[in-house]
Design a protein around this ligand. Structure first.
Ligand SMILES: *[C@@H]1O[C@H](CO)[C@@H](O)[C@H](O)[C@H]1NC(C)=O
Ligand SMILES: *[C@@H]1O[C@H](CO)[C@@H](O)[C@H](O)[C@H]1NC(C)=O
Ligand SMILES: *[C@@H]1O[C@H](CO)[C@@H](O)[C@H](O)[C@H]1NC(C)=O
Ligand SMILES: *[C@@H]1O[C@H](CO)[C@@H](O)[C@H](O)[C@H]1NC(C)=O
Ligand SMILES: *[C@@H]1O[C@H](CO)[C@@H](O)[C@H](O)[C@H]1NC(C)=O
Ligand SMILES: *[C@@H]1O[C@H](CO)[C@@H](O)[C@H](O)[C@H]1NC(C)=O
Ligand SMILES: *[C@@H]1O[C@H](CO)[C@@H](O)[C@H](O)[C@H]1NC(C)=O
Ligand SMILES: *[C@@H]1O[C@H](CO)[C@@H](O)[C@H](O)[C@H]1NC(C)=O
Ligand SMILES: *[C@@H]1O[C@H](CO)[C@@H](O)[C@H](O)[C@H]1NC(C)=O
Ligand SMILES: *[C@@H]1O[C@H](CO)[C@@H](O)[C@H](O)[C@H]1NC(C)=O
Ligand SMILES: *[C@@H]1O[C@H](CO)[C@@H](O)[C@H](O)[C@H]1NC(C)=O
Ligand SMILES: *[C@@H]1O[C@H](CO)[C@@H](O)[C@H](O)[C@H]1NC(C)=O
Length: 797
């Protein structure tokens, strides 16, 4: 994702080539008049009348009402507004970077930010809330959005999915205090917990609500419940109704929505989440003739489809802008870009299967620069729409399209603006108001009603000038590299463990505070097994990975992307002096990397090894979970439990010099370095760790828990990458994948704030590595951003 100066230049040359091809093709046609984008159209956009494009500024700090009709949202019963929105998730942006990201988001021309509330992030234990500390201070988040003049759609859920760990639900709901709870249905315990949290949130945000002059103008209850409702039978429908009554009774003046909920009462607005929602509108209005058309999730960068083990999803921007334009043409009143900025799954935020980067290809990249591939094209659309808002909303009219043929429809908003859509796979020429227009395949044109010039063409990227200049550096100057084996810690440190004759379910033991649960038991080998130097392990897994150790010696490991039973031939050749009828400690290190975010009956989801009563583990023909054998469970690594990743505690360890490391597994590493200074001004530098040489584990920087890391290479099987990405035709996440056969995530963003400002102090990067590692290959990738070419030229590498 990093852009070097070279690739920018290449990009500009590429655009020039495309332009020249286009011009030469045009000469072949007879229709010369209106075939090209009006290059002066930028004078139309950049509409900096902020009270027009940031409507909230007109109401800030004065109580106002929000209502709607079919055409649009209406403020104070008179002012029609059109909502262009983008999603930002405050936990996924370090609070020191909130303002920076908000300003970048605002620079696109949108007027609203969509975000969830993440229940588990705030209610840490039952009735113990944190809405104050650092990243959890959501009122500060709303304050920043408010001061920037942005409305907020707050999606309370409190089940949110969002590829967030456990869909945002607190792990303590699994505690035995809540035995019998069934989430998201008419279950008394669930209703109590859900309502309590919604009440807490409404009380907290009260001053930020529209009725009090705040910027939170719309709220969502539940999330995509329509997808799972039928699984819960009649109780599902009754729960959905209960949610709406509960929400409206807590705030009856609030505007409430439910996404993908076609059976909610008419007072709760149903909304669309999909790649395209212009075809949703006619059906929506058939069912709810007075509801505004809202599109809560228009996916780009497809975080929901980004797994560790397959290529990155890419939605072509031509298709994304086509979809938005089509929705606006069809009189949609609000759409939201999901995600405008994806951010970072810090600590334990990501759900099962998802990467630390929440979205690899949104309009604003994780390192907080505009995405050179498509930011400007998207921004031009947003601003073009802003320019025509008064015309679009005039009289509250819904425009019926003029159907030219199967693929071409025209939406004409008086003499002000016209949209022409081509849903076919081929270019077509048409004549409109005595002008000839070339309508590119699978495209949407916006035509100024006065000049009849094309002011936006979704399929033409020639307007996409990358807006910033970047330069990238590799910082490798580590002052020391040391390590300490976790297996050594296991020997010397006392830690808590649970003994049971069953293998226990993982989350019930770890409370999801660690990825690791170590199951161990004592075994002996037979003479035949010792002679054969091999033994067959049959083991059912419900997790992402597990490791087998015998008295501290690594035997085997398995990555697993689905629950299944494995058969592993354990090779015992490396066990020194292997003997029969002698005790050995067999250890399984079971590892989770986030809990499932989506699906029904999440309260029943299981992690760990052989956790179902019918599951059987065999060592050759010996049943290991026979109900008599004792299993010792220890939750978390010894280094984790003792916080050896914190600088004060890490001094307690007698770290070994890296030169003594010889390819062992399960090690802590400590790297020290001074904060780099040689790169333009500090504020312009964006940091990422490049984890080349490492396998998988956890990252800690100067007492901060950064995230998991995993350098696994994306396969080219599950979702093969496309050699050529054709933007035309309905997008699916299987299309246009990129970066197959490359590590899915090698770069890990951290906030600059975490580095020491004192050159005499060393930064401490501590990491836990599960596999064989070469930490000498780690480096810090620094991206400098500056729009002054001369400064960029002068930088010494
Ligand atoms: C449509 O026309 C444009 C402009 O000439 C051209 O660049 C593009 O390749 C054409 N697309 C198709 C599918 O023919
Ligand atoms: C030019 O436009 C006319 C109608 O205005 C149409 O009949 C003709 O096919 C067009 N030619 C091309 C090459 O698109
Ligand atoms: C509005 O935009 C114009 C042109 O971009 C610029 O010259 C002017 O300073 C802007 N005005 C304000 C108030 O931002
Ligand atoms: C700015 O926009 C507002 C609201 O649309 C409008 O009333 C006002 O006349 C505009 N001002 C200018 C200078 O265009
Ligand atoms: C469970 O309930 C007991 C008794 O009310 C309480 O002390 C304890 O904190 C609760 N634990 C959890 C995790 O809810
Ligand atoms: C519409 O598009 C389809 C798919 O490209 C094409 O097969 C069909 O011929 C087009 N129809 C018209 C009337 O242009
Ligand atoms: C930094 O390292 C990466 C990966 O090895 C390499 O592709 C890139 O060219 C390097 N950048 C610079 C400026 O040396
Ligand atoms: C010896 O090990 C091999 C696999 O390594 C296995 O196929 C074979 O059945 C084993 N023989 C005995 C007697 O266990
Ligand atoms: C077991 O490991 C040893 C040493 O790594 C190797 O030489 C041998 O081929 C392995 N045996 C099997 C059956 O894989
Ligand atoms: C393996 O570890 C167990 C448990 O710690 C110990 O009792 C046993 O002596 C060890 N076996 C060997 C062969 O070292
Ligand atoms: C460690 O592993 C690397 C790569 O797997 C290998 O090149 C190197 O020889 C190994 N070193 C030792 C001491 O085994
Ligand atoms: C992935 O597979 C597809 C076909 O299945 C192929 O076209 C493409 O070249 C492959 N990509 C890579 C990076 O190997």
């Amino acid at each position: 994702m990093l852009v070097s100066l070279k690739s920018l230049i290449f990009f500009v040359i590429l655009i020039k080539c495309i332009l020249s091809i286009e011009i030469s093709k045009l000469k072949l046609t007879e229709n010369k008049s209106k075939l090209k984008i009006d290059l002066n159209y930028k004078t139309l956009i950049n509409n900096n009348n902020s009270s027009a494009y940031l409507p909230y500024l007109n109401y800030r700090d004065k109580p106002y009402t929000v209502s709607w009709d079919k055409r649009s949202l209406i403020i104070n019963s008179v002012d029609r507004i059109l909502i262009q929105s983008g999603s930002l998730h405050y936990p996924r942006i370090h609070y020191s970077e909130w303002l920076n990201v908000i300003k970048l988001a605002k620079s696109t021309g949108i007027n609203t930010i969509d975000c969830y509330v993440f229940w588990a992030y705030h209610e840490l234990l039952p009735n113990i809330y944190d809405f104050e500390s650092e990243n959890r201070n959501i009122l500060k988040w709303f304050d920043l959005l408010k001061s920037e003049g942005l409305f907020v759609l707050l999606r309370i859920g409190p089940y949110v999915d969002a590829e967030y760990n456990y869909g945002g639900l607190p792990i303590w709901l699994r505690h035995s205090n809540f035995t019998g709870i069934i989430y998201r249905t008419l279950n008394p315990q669930w209703l109590v917990q859900m309502q309590k949290f919604v009440e807490i949130i409404l009380k907290l945000i009260n001053p930020y609500l529209a009725e009090n002059g705040g910027n939170i103008f719309m709220l969502q209850i539940e999330n995509e419940y329509g997808n799972v409702e039928s699984t819960y039978g009649n109780l599902g429908y009754e729960y959905m109704l209960w949610s709406t009554i509960m929400a409206q009774s807590i705030c009856n003046k609030c505007m409430w929505i439910m996404c993908k909920q076609v059976d909610a009462p008419d007072t709760i607005v149903n909304s669309c989440n999909d790649y395209y929602c212009h075809k949703f509108l006619p059906n929506h209005w058939k069912k709810f003739p007075n509801q505004v058309g809202i599109w809560t999730e228009n996916w780009i960068g497809s975080p929901g489809w980004t797994g560790w083990n397959n290529g990155k999803p890419h939605r072509p921007i031509q298709d994304f802008t086509y979809a938005i334009t089509a929705f606006i043409a069809a009189s949609g009143g609000m759409y939201n870009t999901y995600m405008l900025y994806g951010g970072t799954n810090y600590e334990r935020m990501q759900s099962q299967g998802h990467t630390v980067t929440y979205s690899f290809d949104p309009p604003i990249l994780e390192i907080q620069i505009p995405n050179p591939k498509h930011f400007t094209h998207y921004k031009n659309l947003v601003q073009t729409i802003n320019y025509y808002v008064p015309a679009l909303l005039a009289n509250g009219n819904i425009i019926d399209p003029i159907i030219i043929n199967l693929n071409i429809s025209i939406y004409e908003y008086g003499n002000s603006v016209t949209f022409i859509l081509n849903s076919g796979m081929e270019n077509q020429s048409i004549s409109y108001k005595n002008n000839d227009y070339l309508i590119w395949a699978w495209s949407a044109l916006i035509i100024d009603g006065q000049t009849l010039n094309i002011v936006f063409n979704s399929a033409d990227l020639s307007d996409n000038i990358p807006p910033v200049i970047t330069k990238q550096f590799n910082f490798t100057e580590f002052e020391s590299i040391q390590f300490y084996p976790e297996t050594k810690l296991m020997e010397i440190k006392n830690y808590d463990f649970i003994i049971s004759t069953q293998l226990l379910e993982q989350i019930s033991v770890t409370d999801d505070k660690s990825d690791y649960l170590i199951y161990s038991t004592i075994i002996t080998f037979t003479k035949a097994q010792v002679e054969n130097q091999s033994v067959l392990l049959t083991i059912p897994l419900y997790n992402e990975a597990f490791y087998v150790y015998l008295n501290g010696t690594f035997l085997d490991s398995k990555f697993s992307f689905q629950d299944r039973q494995y058969e592993l031939n354990l090779n015992l050749t490396n066990i020194k002096n292997l003997q029969s009828n002698v005790s050995y400690e067999l250890q399984f290190i079971s590892l989770t990397m986030g809990l499932p975010p989506y699906g029904t009956f999440l309260e029943q989801s299981l992690r760990g090894i052989a956790v179902k009563p019918t599951d059987k583990i065999f060592l050759d023909n010996t049943l290991l979970n026979d109900g008599n054998r004792l299993w010792i469970h220890s939750a978390g690594l010894v280094g984790e439990i003792n916080h050896f990743y914190n600088s004060s505690k890490s001094d307690e360890l007698k770290w070994l010099n890296y030169s003594e490391y010889s390819n062992s597994t399960l090690n802590w590493f400590k790297l020290t370095f001074r904060t780099p200074t040689n790169i333009i001004t500090d504020s312009d530098n964006l940091y990422q760790l490049n984890m080349m040489g490492m396998t998988r584990g956890w990252l800690y920087l100067n007492d901060h828990i950064l995230s998991r890391y995993w350098t696994i290479v994306a396969d080219n099987k599950t979702n093969p990458c496309d050699e050529i990405c054709d933007y035309r035709g309905s997008y699916t996440p299987a299309k246009c994948r990129f970066d197959c056969l490359k590590p899915q995530q090698i770069l890990y963003h951290f906030p600059k704030e975490w580095l020491t400002q004192d050159r005499n102090q060393l930064n401490q990067l501590i990491l836990f590595e599960e596999g064989i590692a070469d930490p000498t290959k780690i480096f810090i990738s620094i991206t400098a951003v500056n729009n002054n070419e001369n400064i960029m030229k002068d930088i010494v590498e």
